[in-house]
Design a protein around this ligand. Structure first.
Ligand code: HXC
Length: 510
């Protein structure tokens, strides 16, 4: 018995060394942690239960039969984050470059299947040279199996990808189908074709970092949702994110203990809106003042900053926030902001996370770039996402809510549950100046008349009361009581049920 136990210990010791000390040192030398160190940081201490420690590949080509490292380049299993179950796979770059063989893929598929059956998120840590070249088509088949599971798990359990090294070629499509992608600055990259191929085909000269680094994907492409300084920070942020999310679509989001009065009044909000309607203010200030303990978890903070998306808690319950940001492009809706917000709204809806929408929107951004880029279809994504959402929705209009953008931003017409407006709200087809120039075109040469017409229009429409008279706004509320009103609204909606007509699936304008 003793000998057998020793054999087990020896084998475990060998498995834990992955590709050996030299390669571990090299990994550390690049500022990267090993696959196991990452899991240790991600999960609660001592909670990791490993599967398939002793799996090896079955390839016999190119001398592979003589190198059969335990685990085959990926560490898989489950554990807990603040006591809640998650499944995890972590690719081990020290073993054959973390490359994906048939058995490597099978290990990932096994924990994905368990995650779906048991209703717990999947967190994938990617650090891989891609398809195991020695295995050829077996490797591609393995990727295909993972892709299919990503698709089937979508909307069933949250899927989070953390890119902590190379992720190139078709391999990028597994993270691409997950709910959130986090990247580490300077040590991770994602691209479909690398710099060498790009140079050959398009004659562009670009580094891996420029082509697919964390900066590129969080600021330009919006492929990634967050960029972090190093592995430690990225993993700590995954833990924070998981705390906001339900474990699966079978449960409601977690309700955490909270230490903040839901009735807290914020008198400073009464002066948040500047006197001049064209002066910007920071919508984040409102979000932070509404949130329990001022805790806001922002998603895609560096992309399309004219709209803000992220999670807060109200009375301990997770709430997704979508908010126009008047500080950037006056908070206008455009292709990027509509896409960003639409995806976020759909995530919240599939995982039963209520949505709070804060509106100050002057309309859609005009111009050929927008029209040629398909702002019609992209804007429709957000409209569609709100219109099909069945989760509780509460909307607060702080200032402008003009034209089509008013309707899009979780208006009553899209069956939002509670629609509040501050007294400073202006709900109209457009701003007073633009409206006057159209309906009083004949007076355009007469500055005095135009000023009077503009004032008349403002007096009539630049307020929330016309909409309130029609029931399009449920109540005009005082800004300082917004946290209280919104918290009570969500509390009243906890048992909300709404269903859509039966369909196989919808056909969102992609
Ligand atoms: C087998 C691989 C490998 C791979 C790396 N290794 N990638 N082994 N298959 N795909 C091995 C190396 O031989 C080396 O082994 C070890 O991993 C570390 O690699 P290095 O090259 O020394 O590391 P580094 O200099 O950091 O370069 C990393 C790299 C490079 C940029 C990822 O290894 C590379 O270009 N690899 C090939 C990438 C690739 O073409 N993959 C296939 C893409 S197609 P030793 O024993 O020396 O330590 C694809 C399709 C997926 O992925 C399709 C899905 C549908």
């Amino acid at each position: 018995m003793k000998d057998i136990l020793q054999i087990l210990e020896d084998r475990r010791g060998e498995a834990s060394l992955g590709g050996g000390q030299k390669r571990i040192d090299s990994q550390h030398g690049r500022g990267k942690l090993t696959a196991r160190e990452r899991i240790d940081l991600l999960l609660d201490e001592g909670s990791f239960e490993e599967f398939d420690t002793f799996v090896t590949h079955r390839c016999t080509d190119f001398g592979m039969e003589s190198q059969k490292p335990y685990g085959d380049g990926v560490v898989t299993g489950w554990g807990t984050i603040n006591g809640r179950q998650v499944y995890v796979f972590s690719q081990d770059f020290t073993v054959l470059g973390g490359s994906v063989s048939a058995t490597h893929a099978q290990k990932i598929c096994k924990i994905m299947d368990m995650a779906v059956e048991n209703g717990a998120p999947v967190i994938g840590i990617n650090d891989s040279g891609g398809a195991r070249i020695q295995e050829g088509v077996d490797s591609l088949a393995g990727y295909g199996d993972v892709f299919q599971r990503n698709i089937e798990a979508s909307g069933v359990v949250p899927q989070i990808s953390v890119i902590m090294g190379p992720c190139a070629g078709g391999a990028v499509y597994s993270p691409a189908m997950t709910d959130f992608i986090f990247m580490v600055k300077d040590s991770s990259y994602m691209f479909v074709t690398g710099p060498d191929v790009v140079k050959t085909v398009t004659n562009e000269q670009v580094t891996a970092e420029e082509l697919g680094g964390a900066g590129t994907h969080t600021k330009k492409s919006s492929v990634a949702d967050g960029a972090f300084e190093n592995d430690v920070e990225a993993l700590a942020e995954v833990r924070r994110l998981v705390d906001f999310l339900p474990l699966s679509n079978r449960e409601k989001p977690p309700v955490r203990p909270f230490f903040d009065d839901p009735d807290r009044l914020e008198m400073s909000l009464d002066t948040l809106i500047p006197d001049n309607p064209n002066t910007p203010y920071d919508m984040k200030e409102l979000i932070l003042k509404l949130a329990d303990e001022g805790d806001f978890y922002e998603i895609q903070a560096e992309f399309a900053k004219n709209i803000i998306t992220g999670f807060i808690r109200l009375e301990g319950q997770t709430v997704g926030v979508v908010a126009n940001q008047p500080m950037v492009l006056a908070g206008v809706l455009d292709i990027d902001s509509a896409r960003k917000a639409a995806r976020f709204v759909r995530f919240c809806d599939c995982f039963e996370i209520p949505i709070l929408t804060l509106v100050d929107v002057p309309g859609f951004l005009p111009g050929t770039t927008q029209e040629y880029g398909g702002v019609i279809k992209h804007g429709a994504k957000l409209l569609y996402a709100y219109g099909e959402a069945t989760v509780p929705t509460v909307t607060v209009i702080t200032r402008k809510a003009y034209g089509g953008a008013y309707v899009v931003m979780a208006s009553k017409h899209l069956r939002s549950d509670f629609n509040y407006a501050w007294p400073t709200a202006e709900i109209a087809v457009m701003g007073a100046k633009g409206a006057t120039e159209i309906i009083h075109r004949a007076d355009l040469g007469d500055a005095e008349k135009i000023a009077q017409h503009t004032k008349d229009y403002e007096d009539r429409f630049a307020n929330p009361f016309v909409a309130a008279e029609r029931g399009f706004i449920d109540e005009v509320i005082r800004p300082h009581s917004t946290r209280k009103r919104v918290s009570r609204a969500f509390a009243s909606l906890r048992k909300k049920r709404r269903s859509l007509p039966w369909k196989k699936h919808d056909n969102i304008p992609l």
